[in-house]
Design a protein around this ligand. Sequence first.
Ligand code: DGJ
Length: 380
Amino acid sequence: MKQFFLIITALALVMISGGRVSKDIIPGAIWPDNKGVHINAHGGGILFHKGKYYWFGEHKVEGEKGNQAWVGVHCYSSKNLTNWKDEGIALEVITGDPGHAITEGCILERPKVIYNRKTKKFVMWFHLELKDRGYDAARSGVATSDRITGPYTFMKSFRPNAGHWPLNVKDIHQQPVGDQVKDKYCGGKGCLPGHPDTVNLLGRDFQGGQMARDQNLFVDDDGKAYHIYSSEENSTLHISLLTEDYLSESGKYIRVFPGRYMEAPAIFKYQGNYFLIASDCTGWDPNAARLARAPDIFGPWEELGNPCIGTDAELTFHSQSTFVLPVQGKKDAFIFLADRWNPKNAIDGRYVWLPVQFDENGIPLLKWMDRWNLNFFSKK
Ligand code: DGJ
């Protein structure tokens, strides 16, 4: 009889959680929050603060309309990374003011939040595209709050590093800008008349600021924070030091992987090396992930190929990177966070989370797992 009740209770739990056994992470499955609703935090990132993880991501609505922002940035909290409490909308888009930078219907992607110990402010950066302009604006947005869950106040949006050359600027960039790229904004891979080291996009955008689309933040052990963004028509990543208050670019930055069209960048640090996981540039369609390593965040960066192994490794298991999360209290334990986009019904995008494994040379690997939990890191 007792066993019968145990089985019934277990079945009920599985049903309530939409098939998810609460302690497990099931990549690609519906992931219900504390209210039983699929988590709505796409292109997200996670901040650990005072004993809890906070997950921030794009709140998507149903259908293709969900590829624009109609609500804002959603926040969830969790102590164990599997059960998530809905904390509401941390940053709301603006209604009733069509001219506002984050008016409803803009594109607001890949929000990331970091905490500034000196100012005691939570600082959110995101990729912003102005309403009805496709992906032409290529701006960065900044919002802040005194409380981690918000509400966040929108501060400004801009194109980074206006008037600053990167540390590794080339001669070509300080030459006149050719007509092929002048005043032309073309949206990505295949649209440039040449390699970004032969057509002067950096020079074109020197005064107005560099294009910034897919983006992420990384806070180093010394408290310095960096903004990593896809620039120069997505052809080249920039890694840029932020000011001490994390609210602006410092003007010190480098160009990396020119002409490699990397999107979805996520940086983490393991055994003194900086690792980057990013993707190729193929719209919402998945492609092969890319891994790179550097002894210093400002390089030199070396590409190390695709870190994924096994079936569908060439498609990053049908997902695209968004963040690498260091697991608190566990040494050298990291989780790779990725999105399985569904652009036809954006709200139904899924989350692919996998533990980062390391080979005998300390090179990160990603292997598919149908289901796993944090005990994975205790077995190492
Ligand atoms: C790929 C990017 O990684 C996403 O964040 C989004 O901008 C899509 N492209 C749009 O096509």
